[in-house]
Design a protein around this ligand. Structure first.
Ligand code: ATP
Length: 370
């Protein structure tokens, strides 16, 4: 019987638990034994109770849960070969043939490294006497498949990552709450959202809530962003708008690469000197509420369909096939080369077309036209 393990790694995201449920049940359905590795790579390195066999009923009720019920962690040891060597030993001792990892680009890079090193790790375990030749014989290669769990939607090659629509929904809900009080008091709010490298959440939240101004990492502001923003906000106020909402991603920068902070934006909006906007301005940092709560329908669906596909892919993989991850492209669940997507994600920020950005910003202006 094949033994397939699933783990969640890196930052948690809603829908990861749907993935675990889908992988466990699909593996059992396909005649395999299903395992969960708790606490990401840390669990793989620790072994013992961190690696547990799962039955069908163990994942009952997991579909709608937020976060991940098998834990996730950042694991320093896995960056080192010695940590990966111990991880390989624990996998072999548990008889695990294949590993499905749901995480961000770091976790998936680590997984690919683990797979490519696997034969040499096995040789080393035999050479140093930790395992016998007979013990390692059924484990000549390791099959892995990645699933992208991330609220940032920051991996190239897939339309959406598992969790991004839940985070977006939560942000929009919070902005709606803030808008009510902003309008009542005619206030301005600077809302900081997650996204150190990828502004998808900030941009889409801005589009979905009709924010007055958005700062994202992929679109560094001109040096005179202060003048630009002031002009826009002033125009909206003249049109009779009683609220001002500025959304800023954590990684927002100007063209020099200098960070644009919520405090700087607030100071500008609140500036009482001559010609200043003099708005009563507050900063709201949404923080971890963006990750929390149950998964929206899209993430449950994506986690489930991709979890099913991941089990099929890991069973069909051979030593010759390239490591793949499961993507969604034009509403189809597909397999894609993993490392190509990781490299492209580093080189190019995802899916923020300048024309789309400009159009979205114009819609905000026409809100009060005619
Ligand atoms: P997020 O998008 O939330 O940051 P991530 O998966 O990119 O998720 P990381 O912290 O980068 O999160 O990685 C999670 C874990 O994956 C690390 O703690 C480490 O154990 C492992 N890992 C990441 N990069 C590598 C690498 N290059 N080599 C080996 N292991 C790695």
């Amino acid at each position: 019987k094949k033994k397939i393990a699933v783990m969640t790694s890196g930052g948690d995201s809603p829908g990861m638990t749907a993935v675990v449920r889908a992988v466990v049940r699909t593996a059992i359905h396909m005649g395999c034994d299903a395992y969960c590795v708790y606490e990401g790579y840390e669990g793989l390195v620790q072994g013992g109770d961190f690696i547990r066999q799962m039955e069908w009923h163990d994942v009952r009720g997991w579909l709608s849960e937020g976060g991940t019920l098998i834990g996730t962690a950042r694991c320093m040891a896995f960056f080192e070969r010695a940590g990966r060597l111990t991880a390989a030993k624990n996998m072999i001792l548990n008889g695990i043939h294949a590993l499905i990892i749901c995480g961000g680009d770091g976790s998936l890079t680590g997984a690919d490294k683990f797979r490519s090193e696997w034969p040499s790790l096995v040789d080393e375990l035999v050479a140093n006497g930790e395992l016998t030749k007979d013990q390692v014989a059924p484990f000549t290669h390791l099959n892995i498949v990645g699933l992208v769990g991330s609220i940032d939607n920051d991996l190239s090659g897939t339309d959406a990552t598992i969790g991004c629509y839940s985070a977006l929904a939560r942000i929009c809900e919070m902005v709606d709450y803030i808008e009510a009080t902003a309008s009542s008091h005619s206030r301005a709010f600077v809302i900081e959202v997650m996204g150190r490298h990828c502004g998808w959440l900030a941009l889409m939240a801005g589009v979905a809530t009709g924010a007055d101004f958005i700062f994202i990492p992929e679109r560094p502001q001109d040096q005179d962003w202060k003048a630009d923003m002031s002009t826009v906000v002033r125009r909206h106020r003249k049109m009779g708008k009683r609220k001002t909402i500025v959304i800023v991603a954590e990684g927002a920068r100007d063209r020099d690469g200098t960070k644009i902070t919520p405090t700087e934006i607030k100071d500008l909006l609140a500036d009482k000197s001559e010609g200043g906007l003099a708005l009563d301005t507050r900063i709201t940092t949404l923080g971890h509420v963006q990750r929390g709560g149950t998964a929206v329908a899209y993430d449950r669906m994506l986690g489930t369909l991709q979890g099913v596909e991941a089990v099929k892919a890991v069973l069909e993989a051979t030593p010759e096939t390239e490591t793949c991850f499961i993507a969604i492209n034009e509403n189809k669940i597909v397999r894609k080369p993993l490392m190509k997507a990781v490299q492209e994600s580093k080189a190019l920020a995802k899916a923020v077309d300048d024309k789309d950005f400009d159009m979205a910003m114009q819609l905000r202006d026409t809100e009060f036209a005619d």
